[in-house]
Ligand binder design. Structure first.
Ligand code: BLA
Length: 503
């Protein structure tokens, strides 16, 4: 296959795990070529499963291995992006055939059908879920509820809600676990623990299990032995696991996982990560249910966040209308924005700010002196894009501002007109945080002989994070842009008024 033998530090996030060329042993895999309709790839365990020789399978089409009525139904998945699963009896045993297509192949994955779920109980549980989520009081309460539900239903030793930040580092924000395990609640993990290609696959596959980190991967063989391409396993249920991640889990002492993607508006918001300390198989019914619950959870969570954002936006809009009224009263922009009951600070969550118009500076709340404000404006003007510059770590980006980091770590600067340096600036204070990591994030990879390994220790490692404010949220930036646009309008109107008076 084209799979690189050595994964190095520089190609870690390029390891093509969708082409890994192996499956896990809880099923068998067949792939038929969409063009020729013949079997193009098969997992090695198909030989025993179908009791055929390599030579036989390599000349077969699906019909030679699987009864025609099943093959016909399986082929329905050719017209859809979804998976189709059918119950099948093969050699007098019950199986599930789960099929889907990629660009070139129809892929069949066959697992034992051992549905021991009490359907009625299960439907009851699923029905309760929507109610339970919608009555949770905060998004965090909702995450705790989700962790409890997943623990109850799927019974892994540890269930975590793992949330990504804007740099793809993550934090365990909710946890349910067996009481003898130490808690990982609040621990942070660096982005490199789940590299970008692994995150991308979660958008396609949604839920995946690792049944047993100690099991031997089963090779996928090409029917044509000269084939130099690998089968794309992006959506496969059985895809085997990157050796680096296997080592990672071993170092953690974990034997099996169930992982579900929390996807909101097409973005990966976080993961439901479940660990088990002995091998554990969750059948397809359970995996589908997990997907369903996670989707309901993601939707409810998204709704909550949207409502919250809407409330904030509405409040900020009201403030802005008032400011415009104040500015229009006597056409004094600076007075209108700073002297009334509401000031321009109120459209964001800033605690200080400054206005610079035609050489005049006016400050509000916690703000540095005029000299420093001039310096900040210079920096912002050089870095602005479309008239905006924002940072939540001014003193880290620019050492000369270290002495003012207490009140001025966060800066949002909005230039009113692109040519002049007239600007509105908002400031946020430094929030010193102790961040606890699950292992030292500076040593998240160990390198020996050009071979890389994940860290060995997941011991709690704490770090003081200084010089950062809370981030500027999208609604704050939108509010600042809207205010700036209105100020520009007021300036034009004022100019027209003055002109009319003079004419
Ligand atoms: C995959 N890494 C993953 C996955 C998780 C994590 C959840 C998804 C696969 C799964 O377990 O089902 C990381 N797991 C965590 C974290 C916690 C957890 C942070 O429980 C916290 C509690 N990993 C490394 C390094 C590399 C790496 C250094 O530490 C690369 C150089 C790679 N991680 C890596 C790869 C995958 C992965 C390649 C994909 C595995 C696969 O799907 O084949």
């Amino acid at each position: 296959t084209l799979y690189p033998k050595k994964v190095t530090l520089t190609n870690c996030d390029k390891e093509p795990i969708h082409l890994i060329g192996n499956i896990q042993g809880f099923g068998v895999l067949l792939a038929s070529d969409l063009k020729t309709d013949r079997i193009a790839f098969y997992s090695e365990n198909c030989l025993a499963f179908f009791d055929k020789t390599k030579e036989e399978i390599e000349t077969f089409s699906l019909n030679d291995l699987i009864p025609e009525q099943y093959v016909n139904r399986v082929k329905e998945s050719l017209n859809t992006d979804y998976k189709i699963h059918i119950k099948a009896t093969l050699s007098e045993e019950n199986y599930l055939i789960i099929s889907h297509r990629n660009d070139t192949h129809l892929i069949l994955e066959i697992e034992k059908d051992e549905n021991q779920i009490d359907t009625l109980l299960f439907q009851e549980q699923l029905t309760n879920i929507i109610e339970v989520f919608s009555t949770a009081s905060t998004p965090l309460a909702m995450c705790n509820t989700a962790a409890e539900l997943i623990k109850d239903i799927f019974d892994y030793d540890r269930v975590m809600i793992y949330k990504f930040d804007q740099d793809w580092n993550g934090e365990v924000i909710a946890e349910q676990k067996e009481s003898h395990l130490e808690s990982w609640l609040g621990l942070h993990y660096p982005a490199s623990d789940i590299p970008q290609q692994a995150r991308k696959l979660f958008l396609k596959q949604g839920v995946r299990i690792i049944e047993d980190v100690s099991s031997e991967p089963i090779p996928i063989l090409p029917a044509n032995r000269k084939t130099s391409v690998s089968l794309d396993l992006s959506k496969s249920e059985l895809r085997s696991v990157s050796p680096i991640h296997i080592e990672y889990l071993r170092n953690m002492g974990v034997k099996a996982t169930l992982t579900a993607a929390i996807i909101f508006q097409g973005n990966l918001w976080g993961l439901i990560a479940c660990h088990h300390y002995t091998p554990r198989y969750s059948n397809y019914h359970l995996r589908l249910s997990c997907k369903f619950i996670t989707q309901v959870f993601a939707t409810q969570l998204g709704l909550r966040n949207t409502n919250w954002l809407l409330e904030k936006t509405n409040l900020s809009n009201e403030t802005r209308s008032l400011l415009i009224e104040q500015m229009s009263q006597d056409w004094n922009i600076i007075e209108g924005l700073t002297a009334g009951k509401q000031t321009f600070l109120d459209v964001t969550e800033a605690i200080g700010g400054a206005i610079y118009i035609d050489g005049k500076i006016k400050v509000l709340g916690q703000a540095p002196n005029n000299h420093i404000i001039h310096e900040i404006i210079e920096v912002c003007h050089n870095l602005q894009q479309s008239g905006i510059y924002k940072t939540s770590s001014l003193s880290i980006d620019y050492k000369q501002f270290k002495s003012i980091k207490k009140f001025t770590s966060g800066v949002l600067c909005m230039f009113i007109s692109p040519k002049k340096k007239n600007a509105l600036i908002w400031f946020k204070p430094e929030i010193i945080q102790t961040v606890s990591w699950g292992g030292n994030p500076n040593k998240s990879v160990v390198k020996d002989n050009n071979q890389i390994s994940p860290r060995k220790s997941f011991e709690k490692w704490s770090e003081e994070k200084e010089g950062y404010s809370l981030p500027w949220q999208d609604y704050e930036i939108a509010a600042a842009i809207a205010l700036k646009d209105h100020i520009a309008e007021v300036i034009i109107e004022k100019y027209d008024k003055m002109k009319n008076l003079n004419d």
